[in-house]
Write a protein that binds this ligand. Sequence first.
Ligand SMILES: [Zn+2]
Length: 157
Amino acid sequence: ELYNGSFNIEEDIEVEDLEKNINYGRFYWEDSYPDSHLFSLTNKLIKDKNPDFLLLHTMNIDDAGHRYGGLSKKYENRVHKLNYYFSHYVPMWQEAGYEIVITSDHGMDEKGNHGGDSKLEREVPLWILGDISKEYKEKKIDQKDIKKICCDILGVS
Ligand SMILES: [Zn+2]
């Protein structure tokens, strides 16, 4: 979903181009693309390219929410799987010097929808792991502030 302009599945699954907005990208187009593979690809990108900024966008929780609802056992199981991947990879990425921001672009209601204004759809967790976290501890943060947090971490205005 997040790529450099138009997306061609034969060409753009793997991008390495310093002229593009996203220099190094690994892209998928099926919501059921396994998060486990995505974390592995992300780890390889970090090791090979050492990017200043990297966005990992998973889809399996959203996919389970649309299929079974945001209060379903299958949705909950997807969250637990993601917790497992984070517990495996995050310590390695911190050891490599990365500060990490974990959040969601939306929640999911009990019927498998998002985009509305219910609490289930709009309120999401946010974890900030690294030095910058002290500035935001115990604050309620608007989703629009994520950009500022990432810029602060990167040291850019
Ligand atoms: Zn969705």
